[in-house]
Structure formats: structure tokens, C-alpha cells
Design a protein around this ligand. Structure first.
Ligand code: NCD
Ligand code: ZN
Length: 358
């Protein structure tokens, strides 16, 4: 897709402030129970809407379960915020075409999420192949309900850094070709190949990009020792991949939009002999994206990526409210909570150039 965002790239000179249409987060983990109450306010502080992932245990696999989960989320939205959760169904082998029709008719549900079995946190109920799901995919195509994909193969013989590329070749690209009307969001892309693929694919194929994949390469995981709080899936990749993701994000191509993949895990489960994958960025998400765009000299392209293209893709109105980011050198907060149940925050202790105004 050629760029449709007409905003010019600004000079590298820092602007004193930046006004944006209120952004949305098109890929977010909120969990449930106590954690839900802790994390919802961070997202509701800045984002108008968020696409909420269904990888709870047990997974959110029906429209009724998604609607109940949406209600629990709404009960934690602070007074004064108009934050709205947008729900997804977990694609299991028992999903039926009838359930897809119910999902498409629900005001809360915006998509179906595909996890390859075993690919990531709470993916044990994911799918092993797409063959058994033909009728479900046809129903989604008919209903115009997007399929959100965690794009990694899972076989242990494939190097962990190649899993996204192998999935793209073996599964995602053939799926897009086979189902000519299927809308597909390639979630949290991490490689140059994925970015190039989405750029050349039809407009029904889009991708989300996380702040960590724009700001860091895989060296960060090993800098001075093992850094469990920088471990997420798909894992950070090479510098050339990071550069390709930045180029895609700032290109003005509406197929790329904001999705934090903010995924809270407690310190106890991250700093362990088998630590969980997931980076919690919600408290500093918009500032982290602003940091990446500022470093690329492309702040003028942030609004399209953060506030316009996702809404346009999902066929939802753009938010009407505005937010303001102020030029300020500040250091991000370290964690939410204390002790074993604390959740470490992305970019903790590192400087930001922009801060959300109150
Ligand atoms: C996510 C989680 O913790 O739920 N983890 C992650 O590393 N991104 C799952 C996911 O999106 O893969
Ligand atoms: Zn995720």
C-alpha cells in the first residue's frame, strides 16, 4: 500500500508538544481477577479502546464468555475515562461457524485470535493446523470478522529466531491466498520479512507493532547478563529487523498500526528458572512509541499509526478526543506493586523525550 497519510515528516527539531487524536491499542493482555484491576487503569489513562487478547485460563472461546469478560473489564475503568474494551475469541478446534456469526453480531467482539498450539503464554488450547477449521474461516470471511494471528511455528527443530518467517511462508501467506476475502492481522510482527510481506499484501492484511520491537534488538536481552523482563514472544530480533519495523511504522502505510502486546506477569513468574514471556508496557506505552518515532525524526507520522489506521482497518470511527504529549526529559517508573507480585514496567529507569500531559 502506498502511504495515504499526508502529514509531512517533520524535521528532527523537537516540537514542544504534540497533539494527537486519542490513540487505541490494537493488541493488549489484561488478564483477570486481581491483575485485571491493577492494569486496566494504565491503558484507560491514554487509550480510547483496546483489542483484548483471549488467552486467559481457560481461554475466552465463546461470544458469551467474551461479553462477560468485557463487563469485568468495564467494571475497572476509572471514573471519567471512556475506555472501551474490544474483545476477541480464542480460536480452538471447537469454534463453530454459528459461533462466528454470534461473535460478528456482538457489539463487543471484533475478531478471532489464532494461537498455534504451544507458541506462547496460555496457548495450550491453540490450533495444530488450519485444515479442520475451513468452515470457520469461510464463516469469518463472510462475516468480515478479522483473524488475528500469533505468527510463529512451534516445532522445536525450528530456531526460535526463525519461527515468524517460517510461519509466514508455511501458513500465513498461503492462508491469505486461499481465502481471498479473509481479513488478517499479523500480530506483533518482529522481522523485516514480515514487514515486507504486509507492505506488499492486499489492504485486508495488516500488522501491529509493539514498542519493544521498535526500540530494541535482541542484544538487549543479554546486555550485561540475562534480562528476563525483556523476554517476550515473538522474541526480539536483529538490528536490521528493528530498522525495518521502524521504517514500516513511520511509513504512513495504513497497514501498520499500534498494538502494545503489553502482557503483565509478576516478578515471581518472570524471574524464575523458566520465566514467562511478556513485557508490560501499558504505563508508558504512548511515550515509548513517541520515543521510537522521535528517534526516527518522524513524530508527524505517530498520529496515523497510533490513532487512525487501526480504527480504519477495523471499520470503527476514529476517536474524537485528543491527547497531548509534552516535550520533557523524564525517567519511566520501575514497577507496579511490590515484592514477588510486582510487575516490572518496560523502559524502567530509561529516559523518555515525551510525556503524556495530565
Ligand atoms: C503474551 C502473554 O503473556 O500473554 N506474551 C508475550 O510474550 N507476548 C502472549 C503473546 O502475545 O504471545
Ligand atoms: Zn500478545
Amino acid at each position: 500500500m502506498p502511504p495515504t497519510d499526508s502529514l509531512p515528516l517533520p524535521s528532527n527539531e523537537a516540537s514542544p508538544h504534540l497533539e494527537l487524536t486519542r490513540p487505541d491499542d490494537w493488541h493488549l493482555h489484561l488478564r483477570d481477577g486481581e491483575m485485571l484491576g491493577r492494569v486496566v487503569p494504565y491503558t484507560a489513562r491514554v487509550f480510547g479502546r483496546a483489542v483484548v487478547m483471549p488467552n486467559l485460563s481457560p481461554p475466552v472461546a465463546t461470544t458469551a464468555a467474551a461479553e462477560q469478560y468485557a463487563e469485568r473489564i468495564r467494571s475497572h475503568v476509572p471514573a471519567g475515562s471512556r475506555f472501551r474494551p474490544l474483545m476477541t475469541l480464542y480460536l480452538t478446534e471447537s469454534l463453530s461457524p454459528e459461533e462466528v456469526a454470534r461473535a460478528a453480531a456482538s457489539p463487543d467482539v471484533v475478531g478471532v485470535k489464532l494461537y498455534p498450539k504451544g507458541a506462547t503464554t496460555n496457548s495450550a488450547d491453540g490450533v495444530e493446523g488450519l485444515d479442520a477449521l475451513e468452515s470457520v474461516l469461510v464463516a469469518m470471511e463472510k462475516a468480515g470478522l478479522p483473524l488475528l494471528i500469533h505468527g510463529e511455528v512451534t516445532e522445536t527443530s525450528t530456531d526460535v529466531f526463525d519461527r515468524e518467517c517460517r510461519f509466514l511462508e508455511s501458513t500465513l501467506a498461503p492462508l491469505v491466498e486461499r481465502h481471498e476475502g479473509l481479513r488478517v492481522v499479523f500480530e506483533h510482527i518482529t522481522t523485516k520479512e514480515a514487514a515486507e510481506y504486509v507492505m506488499s499484501a492486499p489492504p485486508r492484511v495488516a500488522a501491529t507493532i509493539t514498542p519493544q520491537h521498535l526500540l530494541l534488538n535482541r542484544n538487549a536481552i543479554f546486555e550485561g547478563g540475562l534480562r528476563p523482563h525483556l523476554y517476550c514472544l515473538p522474541v526480539l530480533k536483529r538490528e536490521e529487523d528493528r530498522e525495518a519495523l521502524v521504517a514500516a511504522a513511520i511509513s504512513g502505510d495504513p497497514s501498520f498500526f499500534l498494538g502494545t502486546d503489553s502482557a503483565p506477569h509478576t516478578r515471581e513468574t518472570k524471574e524464575a528458572s523458566c520465566g514467562c514471556a511478556g513485557i508490560f508496557s501499558a504505563p508508558v506505552a504512548i511515550e515509548a512509541y513517541a520515543e521510537a518515532f522521535a528517534r526516527a525524526g518522524a513524530l508527524g507520522r505517530l498520529e496515523g499509526f497510533a490513532s487512525h489506521f487501526g480504527a480504519d482497518y477495523y471499520g470503527l470511527p476514529r476517536n474524537e478526543e485528543k491527547i497531548r504529549l509534552e516535550r520533557a526529559d523524564w525517567i519511566g517508573p520501575e514497577r507496579d506493586g511490590e515484592g514477588d507480585s510486582a510487575v516490572e514496567i518496560f523502559w524502567a529507569g530509561s529516559p523518555f523525550q515525551y510525556k503524556l500531559a495530565d
